[in-house]
Design a protein around this ligand. Sequence first.
Ligand SMILES: Cc1cc2nc3c(=O)[nH]c(=O)nc-3n(C[C@H](O)[C@H](O)[C@H](O)COP(=O)(O)OP(=O)(O)OC[C@H]3O[C@@H](n4cnc5c(N)ncnc54)[C@H](O)[C@@H]3O)c2cc1C
Length: 574
Amino acid sequence: MTDRRIGVYICYCGGNISDYVEVEKVRVAISRDPGVVVAKTTMFACSDAAQEEMIEDIKTNKLDGLVVASCSPKLHLFTFRAVAERAGLNPYQYVQVNLREQDSWAHQHDKDQATEKGIRLVRAGIAKCALTEPLSTMRIKTAPRVLIIGAGVAGLRAALSLSDMGLSVFVIEKEAEIGGWVGKFGSMFPNDRKGIDLIGTLAGEAGQRDNIKIFTSSELIEKGGSIGDFSVVIQVEGKEKISLNVGTVIVATGFDSYRLTEGEFGYGLDGVITLPDFKMMLDKSNGSLAFNGRKIKDIAYIYCVGSRQPREMENPNLYCSRYCCTAAVHTSLEVGKKDKSIHQFHLYRDMRTYGKYELLYNSALNNGSVFIKYADDDFPKVERAGDKVHIKVKDLLSHGEEFDIEVDLLILVTGMIPRKNNKLADVLKLPIGMDGFFNEIHPKLRPVETVIDGVFIAGASQGPKTLAESVTSSMAAVSKSAALLMKGYVDLEPLIAKIDPERCVWCDECTKACPYGAIEKVSADGKEVARIIPSLCKGGGTCVPLCPQDAIDVEGYTDVQITAMIDSLIKEVK
Ligand SMILES: Cc1cc2nc3c(=O)[nH]c(=O)nc-3n(C[C@H](O)[C@H](O)[C@H](O)COP(=O)(O)OP(=O)(O)OC[C@H]3O[C@@H](n4cnc5c(N)ncnc54)[C@H](O)[C@@H]3O)c2cc1C
């Protein structure tokens, strides 16, 4: 039995639930369950009228628990927590039952069984609700300072925007020079502005700001604390260690260019180079183009080198690198500006000069570039013949006709790969995706947030991006950082692990299991025990089943609550 006073609302979801579940039958079945004081059905639980009715019921019946059986909590958990709060009920005494995704939509073929399952699910929700306790969020004061890792275009642009908002910024760059890839290049698409000038402008502006400090030849070596209040240690030139206190961290460490193995598409042969090397060579050249002392008359480009690799390969890069079709086409236009007489052949698989960059492709066509489409499973063959590079390729556009092309220079259009940044990933505990780039929480809805609260990713560290896309993502990271820091505080969810110090014998199993470093060893009553660091714990619960002493529980999902739910689920429906 329970002395709790619980209100239960079962939603029709405008037919989404009631078409397959007999909602009224569910209501009658649970209405006499222990603790249930109010049991109602509603057409749309999320409607303003239904919310007002719940608030009224909570107040007049002095309810101390609320259950809404409707759609997924992903959609409306916060809606109904807010209802509870507006009625003066602790929001953590609200439980949502997912009758739609987990019942009606899943069992559209069998209304009786769906109804029975619905009764069990709601009963389990009530059983859990009866064991809830009031909980409060944790408020943490935030430091108005940001650490940016990586002084490429994404990092530098983020630094200036944060500085505009009055926040202090520390930028650390592992190389002796700032600027990343963009700082190495001349003319870049879309507007032919030189990368090196762009970085010069950003660096010049940053240099004039009192609230931006850039450390070159530096790396992050330690991180402690939590969202809003991180303590970090950076090492400058392998020697001096500097401790800083920052509220958020933006990781803008960029990408590497695909590294070819000897012989891959002729790599290693005289006259075969990568696109980044060619771009730098082109920028430095004065007058006519030459390679190893030989004048260049014919150039070929092979696209998709190191991107969209066949699945059969060992550790293939399956993704498209986004920037390379446009960068190669743009580079060929720059070649044309230097010497119109040079013949250029583009050997591609699919031309992805998307959006307005399509215009560059048209210009290249109009300027005489020849485009040859090779098949996904039939790559061009490259060898050196005399003082030329010889390429054999079958062209799908002319029904598989085989061409022999002889050029002075072959440019391999290499894709983007993740930088090797294991040490940084380790210090920050950053998750890495299947593709090897840093991973966001949600690719559509939370594209720059990571599972580590207060640590954001920007630019090409998250995946292949053009310059403009890198800056756009860095602006998103700026807005997430600023939204946290300008407020001055952050409220954290209380649904986290708790350790019973009396049971704990410090065996260290939980710290090994925690991916967030949220458990520490402390002394309590003369013995060593584990303690949860509330601001780091995510309530993931990996530590719970590993504890041999059964000393850990997660708030909101305690052992007693889960057991009560299982008991209700297996109880016969009358
Ligand atoms: C050949 C080529 C041509 C291109 N042409 C174009 C073009 O014309 N137009 C266009 O829009 N895009 C182009 N791009 C893409 C463009 O270069 C990228 O979008 C851009 O560089 C991404 O910027 P970023 O700051 O994210 O990364 P990066 O430029 O890689 O900068 C990252 C910075 O982080 C630093 N760093 C890395 N790890 C650490 C660490 N652990 N600690 C501290 N610092 C670290 C790096 O040293 C670097 O300075 C081209 C790319 C290539 C390869």
